[in-house]
Design a protein around this ligand. Structure first.
Ligand SMILES: Nc1ncnc2c1ncn2[C@@H]1O[C@H](COP(=O)(O)OP(=O)(O)OP(=O)(O)O)[C@@H](O)[C@H]1O
Ligand SMILES: [Mg+2]
Length: 292
């Protein structure tokens, strides 16, 4: 979690309400500028994506399967090369510095960490051991690491209860908590969180988002949150971007996105104020405005 100095910094750049875009631009912790990503030298997946996250805010990256959400997060955390992917155009700045210049490890040390889709834990290690692996980039000593372990347990009481359990045998929700907790052990300024809701029961999803909201409010951690669960993401984010087919087709304040007719119809499954049936949504009549 950020040092107190960072928290103050964050306070100064608190999520803006009135003059949103200008303030966000001024105090961006992350700025992605018109990036293209190509896999295997030929498959163009991101076709000019731009987005910003201001210090201390939660921003949602929304979109259906294959829209390019995970690719965007991996471009930021510099993990694309492991999948034969490459940023071929544009730039990404984290905390004022070009991401390209840093290895994933260095980025973690500077405060940017990704929690991958699919709640990856080391299955044969205990929950506590998993959490401790998250501190491997730190140089501030055992005592500080132990203090942060306690802090993670404060935020995730379930993990405290299961601290000695083998991670491979805990529930899916607990594994997701373990993955987020491990990221927290690196004392991040920003977490790139990929689909925390995936495959989890609604009650657990609520619980996890509630903790994410708390971490943001109390510890000042910024989040870029990739989600298919549009309703939950917009409930906690200040701002959101909708990705389709490797392009941002819509962006805006979370409130205005959740009131947008197209978002309601295509991402929230609600039309004309009522929930649509699967049949209706499958054969929708209205054309998305951004395709018009
Ligand atoms: N390693 C890869 N090699 C080639 N193509 C890839 C690779 N990874 C992803 N893609 C393709 O890039 C596109 C975007 O994938 P990505 O995983 O970023 O989408 P997503 O929005 O995260 O989807 P989901 O919601 O299903 O996780 C998809 O068409 C996918 O098939
Ligand atoms: Mg994904």
């Amino acid at each position: 979690m950020p040092e107190p100095a960072d928290r103050e910094e964050k306070g100064a750049a608190a999520p803006s309400s009135g003059n949103g875009a200008a303030a966000a631009a001024a105090a961006a912790i992350l700025s992605v500028n018109n990036i293209e990503v190509v896999y295997d030298h030929v498959i163009l997946v991101l076709k000019g994506v731009s987005l910003k996250v201001a210090k201390g805010e939660i921003v949602a990256l929304l979109g259906a399967n294959g829209a390019g959400k995970s690719t965007t997060l991996k471009a930021i955390s510099n993990l694309l090369s492991a999948e034969r992917g490459e940023v071929t155009k544009g730039s990404i700045l984290f905390d004022g510095e070009e991401v390209h210049a840093r290895s994933p490890n260095e980025l973690v040390r500077r405060g940017c960490i990704q929690v991958m889709e699919g709640r990856h834990c080391f299955a044969h290690l205990s929950v506590e051991e998993n959490l401790l692996t998250g501190a491997f980039t730190r140089r501030d000593g055992q005592a500080a690491v132990r203090r942060d372990l306690d802090l993670v347990f404060d935020y995730f009481p379930r993990l405290k209860e299961r601290r000695g359990s083998t991670a491979g045998y805990i529930s899916g929700g607990e594994q997701q908590m373990c993955a987020i907790g491990r990221a927290l052990m690196s004392r991040p300024k920003m977490i790139l969180l990929d689909e925390p809701s995936m495959g989890l029961a609604p009650q657990l999803v609520e619980e996890i988002f509630e903790i994410v909201g708390d971490l943001n409010a109390k510890e000042g951690v910024s989040f870029l949150l990739a989600e298919q669960n549009t309703r939950m993401a917009l409930k906690y984010a200040r701002y959101g971007y909708v990705l389709e087919n490797g392009r941002v087709v819509l962006d805006g304040e979370a409130k205005s996105l959740s009131e947008n007719e197209d978002v309601k119809e295509f991402y929230l499954g609600i039309a004309e104020g009522r929930r649509k049936s699967f049949r209706e949504s499958k054969h929708y009549r209205r054309r998305k405005r951004w395709l018009a």
